[in-house]
Design a protein. Structure first.
Lengths: 273, 432
């Protein structure tokens, strides 16, 4: 970079600084919003350095029919708010029992995903450019499960509003780039005490609620407030999914390097019952 | 020979049952082994006449598949090992042996060291990157199941293998050995008519060619090898094989016409798989060395080949997935093949190209799945469509409707030979 370019760059920075000073009140709230959402993201997706849980998933469709899934979910973080490794071992329903699922989650860019089908001894790699698609047929999307970086949205604190008697801060989040999310904006009620996102509402372009997420029960797990019962409601199309977490631990169950083909094909025995 | 194989199978089945019974009994005493399985009814209907299958009774000609199947799996682990058992009990209206036991998997897994596993016994094995096409995967395939409406998982028949996996950091080296050769399961002329190269026409069981398998002994075993690793989001692998062509690619002339045989084969290759933008990309290549005809000048043995495939797949959003693949077989020493081949109108091209396409859409909380897989033999001028609809009525009950539509210009090509075998099928399965 030569001197002229450097000066030009400083000039741009100066203009930006001036603009930010003018917009200061909004900006301050924005950065506070981002800070708060980062904390919520950290608490919800990165608690501990990993962990494990036995999850039951109850999917109720718009006509009231119920499907049940049950699986073990293991997680190990490579870095706080960075890349993660996820491993899922399916216990129910019977036709997918013993199937395993591996995700190398990248904080930026598409995840890497593999599915192992034991009846064929097949390690199937899955195209992972579809963060908005349904997670195992539930009303949760892959993005809901693995998380969307708060950096991808702008956040505006709207005020204080309690949820079921718990004091919370209400934040409006709008995608910086339209098309990177399947909502126009999102409202989040972040618990003032635990920083867990107690409730989230996803709005469409028409300003109507499409989906509603709620934490129904929080428990103390190894000193970490944990959402052990969660629901996602399809307000638009009907139906909802309930997630129930049990046998929780925040001890990283495996080293991050262990999340590979060997693990896909050889589930640790303690998770296969 | 068939008799011996049959009795071997019965013997293994009996052993499997004894193990299952033993496990069941011990399970009552200690923590029970985990039992699962399904019962399934499967019925396929022909949608066209098939003259080659004449001479059989009407039932057999009308239904390429008509069966009830009960599968039981049992598994448990103790100490350094675990076992797995999967047995199918069949009531099959099309087969000569109507009721039979099919031991599909019966293996022990031993975790010998943190860098070494051993999996020994009857098992299913798959590797490579193709989607229903194979370059380096030389484990046996069951083409009969594939064309008559069984679940895709039946494309892989079991094999008796000892498989060692060595873990060296993030690199895995695998070596699998079988004490004898397991060929692909090919049509015998009861469920499907097929091309008899000795007669130059499509035939049923009555005119099936005589096929001679290599003796079932250690001198005629198989060896499979793979080294697999990661580089960022990409996976690479190298493969090796020593054994036999999986289909009878050789002819031994006899007084009454000839006999089909499995010539020796050595193969090696490599693959790469990973993301490229929104696409998942795979590329794979393999060299097939026909050991019994290294120079390609023996007209009765398949020539050496180079095989390659490349594919892309992506999600289009809304639970829709699309994939496209190219597959090519390039024959070496083509001039001598051409010169030595009698039926000049039945020659294969030097480069045989096939395109495939997969379309899948899931709906209604993924309880309804629409799927289409299509093969188009560009060089062979044949095609095969596999449309299907699957619906999960409940978590336990699933129904599948599908079709195997097949046609081709010529009677000797991969799909062309099955052109009179188009069928639709239905399956109903209860899993427990």
């Amino acid at each position: 970079m030569n001197q002229n370019q450097k000066h030009a760059k400083y000039g741009i920075l100066l203009v930006m600084a001036t603009a930010m000073a003018v917009l200061a009140p909004v900006r301050a709230s924005d950065s506070e919003g981002l800070e708060l959402m980062n904390e919520a993201h950290q608490v919800y997706y990165y608690a501990g350095e990993g962990g494990q849980a036995r999850v039951t998933m109850e999917i109720v469709d718009s006509r009231g029919r119920t499907r049940e899934r049950e699986f073990w979910m293991l997680r190990s973080d490579l870095a706080d708010m960075g890349d993660q490794r996820y491993y899922t071992y399916f216990l129910k329903p019977a036709d997918v029992r013993r199937t395993t699922f591996l995700v190398h989650k990248h904080a930026e860019g598409n995840d890497d995903r593999w599915l192992y089908i034991p009846a064929l001894d097949l390690v199937k790699r899955i195209a992972a450019n579809d963060r908005g698609s349904s997670f195992m047929g539930s009303h949760f999307s892959y993005e809901d499960v693995s998380g969307r970086l708060p950096l991808m949205d702008t956040h505006q604190i709207l005020g204080q509003e309690s949820v079921d008697g718990r004091a919370a801060t209400k934040v409006k989040s709008t995608p910086k780039e339209a098309g990177t999310a399947d909502y126009a904006y999102r409202l989040t009620w972040v618990c003032n005490e635990s920083h867990l996102p107690l409730r989230e509402e996803y709005y469409g372009d028409d300003g109507e609620v499409q989906r509603r997420f709620e934490i129904l029960e929080v428990a103390d797990v190894e000193g970490i407030p944990t959402a052990v019962k969660r629901s996602m409601e399809d307000v638009d199309g009907g139906g909802h999914t309930l997630l129930h977490f049990s046998e929780l631990s925040y001890e990283p169950p495996l080293e991050a390097q262990a999340y590979n083909e060997r693990l896909l094909k050889n589930p640790p025995r303690e998770y296969t019952r | 020979m068939d008799l011996i194989l049959g009795s071997t199978r019965r013997w293994i089945a009996g052993l499997g049952l004894m193990v299952a019974a033993g496990v069941g009994l011990s399970g009552v005493a200690a923590g029970a082994p985990l039992i699962g399985g399904f019962v399934e009814a499967a019925q396929a209907f022909r949608v066209q006449d098939n003259d080659a299958l004449g001479g059989q009774d009407w039932d057999e000609r009308a239904y390429p598949r008509s069966e009830y199947r009960a599968q039981v799996t049992a598994r448990d682990g103790m100490g350094l090992g675990s076992f797995f058992l999967r047995v199918d009990l069949l009531s099959d209206a099309v087969a000569s042996e109507r009721t039979r036991l099919d031991v599909r998997e019966a293996y022990l897994k031993l975790y010998l060291a943190n860098w070494l596993d051993l999996k020994a016994g009857r098992q299913v094995a798959t590797w490579g990157t193709g989607d229903l096409i194979f370059a380096n995967d030389l484990f046996a395939k069951d083409w009969v199941a594939f064309f008559t409406g069984l679940d895709d998982s039946y494309l892989k028949p079991p094999q008796d293998l000892v498989r060692a996996s060595l873990y060296l950091g993030s690199v895995t080296a695998e070596l699998a050995a079988s004490p004898y050769f397991t060929p692909d399961e090919l049509p015998s002329g009861t469920r499907l008519s097929f091309y008899n190269p000795l007669m130059g026409t499509s035939v049923g069981a009555a005119q099936a060619p005589e096929v001679r398998r290599p003796p079932r002994d250690l001198a005629h075993g198989e060896l499979f090898a793979r080294v697999h690793g990661y580089q960022g989001s990409f996976e690479w692998a190298f493969y090796g094989y020593r054994g036999f062509w999986p289909t009878p690619q050789g002819v031994v002339p006899t007084v009454d016409g000839g006999q089909l045989v499995y010539p020796r084969l050595t193969a090696g290759g490599a693959s790469l798989r990973g993301p490229l933008g929104p696409w998942l990309v795979n590329i794979e290549g393999a060299a097939y060395l026909s050991n019994d005809d290294p120079d390609g000048d023996d007209p009765f043995v398949a020539n050496s080949q180079v095989r390659g495939l490349a594919g892309v797949e992506r999600s289009l959003g809304g639970d829709v997935t699309v994939g496209v693949q190219y597959y090519g077989e390039y024959m070496l020493d083509y001039a001598s093949y051409k010169a030595g081949f009698e039926q000049q109108d039945r020659l294969y091209d030097e480069l045989r190209s096939t395109l495939t396409m997969r379309l899948r859409k899931m709906m209604m909380n993924q309880t309804l799945q629409l799927s289409l897989f299509a093969y188009w033999g560009v060089s062979d001028e044949d095609w095969h469509l596999r449309p299907s609809v699957s619906y999960k009525l409940t978590d336990a009950v699933g129904a599948t409707l599908g079709a195997n539509l097949i046609d081709g210009e010529q009677p000797h090509t991969m799909f062309g030979q099955f052109r009179d075998n188009a069928n639709v099928y239905a399956r109903l399965r209860y899993s427990f």
